[in-house]
Write a protein that binds this ligand. Structure first.
Ligand code: FAD
Length: 440
C-alpha cells in the first residue's frame, strides 16, 4: 500500500485483536504511515494460529497448512521479512492414503497438472476418473458458481462424485478447507476454493507446510514491523469496552482517543465489544447465529527412527484424518502431528482416549511402532465457524462510521482460513485509508 501524505496527523487507529486479521490490518496501516495501536488480550500474538510450548518445544496450537493460492498471506509475510520460501515446505499437490489412494500433480502447466494427476491417480476406476474430469469441466463451464447453495455432498452426488472420488479426494479436501463435514458444508464456498486452488496456476495447488512455529511465520515479525514503523502492540491487554464519543473511539484499555477502530476478535468474542452500539443489533444477531466446528491436533513424540512415508499422509475410517511427519518437515525426528478437523465422534472421548486411538491407527500402518514417549492433544473447540450453505457473513464496514470488523468470519469468497483473515485485515486498512482520502 502506498504512503498516504499527511494522514498520520489526522488519523489514529485502534485495533482490537492481534490474530492474523488484526496484524494484517496493522501492517498495512503502518506501511501507509498511519499511527496504529494494537490491543491483544493474550500474552502472544497470533490468536487461533499461534505458537505454544509443549515439552519445551515451540509447537503450534494446531497444525496448519497453507496453499499456494494464499496470495495475500504470502505477500504480507514477505512484507514483514518472513520469507515464505524458507519458512514453508512447498509440496506439489499430493494426496496419499497408503495402499488405498494416491494422487500427485506432476510439474506440468495448469490445467495439465490436474488432468495428469487424475488420469494417473491410484485407487480410482476409469469411470471415476472420467466422472472427475466431467465434474471439473462442468464447474469451469459455470465459472464455479451454482445458482442455489447446497451441501457439498449433494453437489457431489448430483455429479456422480461418489465412491473413492468422494472418500479420498473431495470430502477430505472439503473438511480440510472448510472445517465442516461435506454433508453440511457450503458447496459454493467449496467451489471457490477449488477454483483458486485446484484450477488456478499450478503453484496455487501446492501445499505449504510451516517449517517454523506459527508465531514466527507472521504474527511476531508483523509485530516487529509495526513497532519499527511507528505503531505499538500491547499484549496481555484485553479490551472490555469500546465506545464512540465526539472526540473519537475510546477503550477501557487506556485514555487515548482514536479516529478509527478495527475489531479483529473471533466471532464468539465480538458481542461484548458491540454492546455500546445500538445500531449494530442486527450484526450481533447475525454473528450470534453462527455455529462452530472444532479442530483437534494430537502431537505424538516417538523415538527418532520413527517416520512416515510422506510429510503429509491421509487416514480414513477412524479418528485420524491427516498425519504430518514433523521430522520430514523441519527435522524434528519422530514427532508426528495428527489432525482431526470438524465435529465427530472423537469429541465424546477423553483426550487420552483420542491420543491412544490415534496411536493405534498409526500402529496399523507402521508395524512394530513403539509407544509414544509423550503425546498431547490440543482441542480447539471453536476453531472456525461452521461453513454451511447460505451463512450470512458480515461486511468489514459496519453501520457505525469509522468502525470496521476484521476476521476470518467476515464476508469473503474463502472459508475461515489464514487467507480470509489476512484479506479481511487488508480490506479494513483500505477502508480506513479510503475514509480519509474519499476513495471508500
Ligand atoms: C487448530 C486450528 C487449525 C487450523 N488450520 C488451518 C489451516 O490449516 N489453514 C488455514 O488457512 N487456517 C487454519 N485454521 C484457521 C485459522 O487459524 C484462522 O482462520 C485464523 O487464525 C483466524 O484469525 P483471526 O485473526 O480472524 O482471528 P483470531 O485468530 O481468533 O484472532 C482474534 C484475536 O483477538 C484477541 N481478542 C479477543 N477478544 C479480545 C479483546 N476483548 N481484547 C483484546 N484482544 C482480544 C484474541 O486473543 C485473538 O488473538 C485453523 C484454526 C485452528 C484453530
Amino acid at each position: 500500500m502506498d504512503c498516504v501524505e499527511d494522514l498520520d496527523d489526522r488519523v489514529s487507529v485502534a485495533i482490537i485483536g492481534a490474530g492474523w486479521a488484526g496484524m494484517a490490518a496493522a501492517v498495512a496501516l503502518a506501511q501507509a504511515k498511519i499511527p496504529v495501536t494494537v490491543f491483544e488480550a493474550a500474552r502472544h500474538p497470533g490468536g487461533r494460529a499461534r505458537s505454544v510450548e509443549i515439552e519445551g518445544i515451540a509447537l503450534d496450537n494446531g497444525q496448519h497448512v497453507l496453499i499456494g493460492a494464499y496470495r495475500e498471506t504470502l505477500r504480507l509475510m514477505r512484507a514483514v521479512g518472513a520469507d515464505p520460501d524458507k519458512l514453508l515446505l512447498r509440496q506439489p499437490l499430493a494426496i496419499d492414503y497408503p495402499g488405498k489412494f494416491s494422487l500427485r500433480a506432476p510439474p506440468l502447466p495448469a490445467p495439465l497438472h490436474l488432468l495428469a494427476a487424475l488420469l494417473r491417480a491410484m485407487g480410482l476406476t476409469w469411470r471415476e476418473r472420467i466422472a472427475a474430469l466431467r465434474f471439473i469441466a462442468a464447474m469451469r463451464g459455470s465459472a464455479y458458481r451454482i445458482a442455489v447453495d447446497m451441501p457439498v455432498s449433494e453437489l457431489l452426488t448430483s455429479y456422480r462424485q461418489t465412491g473413492a472420488l468422494a472418500r479420498y479426494l473431495w470430502e477430505p479436501l472439503c473438511v480440510s478447507a472448510l472445517n465442516t463435514p461435506a454433508a453440511a458444508a457450503s458447496a459454493q464456498v467449496f467451489l471457490n476454493v477449488l477454483r483458486d486452488g485446484l484450477d488456478g496456476a499450478r503453484e496455487a495447488s501446492d501445499f505449504l507446510i510451516p517449517r517454523t512455529d506459527l508465531g514466527n511465520l507472521f504474527p511476531l515479525p508483523a509485530a516487529a514491523f509495526i513497532r519499527a514503523n511507528g505503531g505499538s502492540v500491547h499484549l496481555g491487554t484485553p479490551v472490555r469496552m469500546l465506545a464512540k464519543t465526539e472526540q473519537g473511539f475510546v477503550l477501557d484499555a487506556g485514555s487515548a482517543r482514536y479516529t478509527h477502530a478495527i475489531i479483529a476478535v473471533g466471532p464468539h468474542q465480538l458481542d461484548t465489544l458491540l454492546g455500546e452500539f445500538a445500531q449494530l443489533a442486527a450484526l450481533r444477531q447475525c454473528v450470534g447465529e453462527f455455529s462452530f466446528e472444532p479442530i483437534y491436533t494430537c502431537y505424538l513424540q516417538y523415538p527418532q527412527h520413527v517416520s512416515m512415508p510422506q510429510p503429509m499422509t491421509g487416514f480414513d475410517g477412524g479418528i485420524t484424518q491427516w498425519i504430518f511427519d514433523r521430522g520430514r518437515i523441519n527435522g524434528a525426528a519422530g514427532l508426528l502431528a495428527a489432525v482431526v478437523s470438524a465435529r465427530g465422534e472423537h469429541q465424546a472421548f477423553s483426550q487420552a482416549a483420542v491420543a491412544s486411538g490415534i496411536h493405534r491407527e498409526l500402529a496399523g500402518l507402521l508395524p512394530g511402532l513403539p509407544a509414544p514417549l509423550w503425546s498431547r492433544v490440543i482441542a480447539e473447540k471453536r476453531a472456525t465457524y461452521s461453513c454451511r450453505p447460505r451463512v450470512v457473513r458480515p461486511q468489514n464496514k459496519t453501520a457505525v462510521r469509522n468502525l470496521y470488523l476484521a476476521g476470518d468470519y467476515t464476508a469473503s469468497d474463502y472459508p475461515a482460513t489464514l487467507e480470509s483473515a489476512i484479506q479481511s485485515g487488508l480490506s479494513c486498512a483500505s477502508l480506513v485509508i479510503g475514509s480519509e482520502t474519499g476513495s471508500a
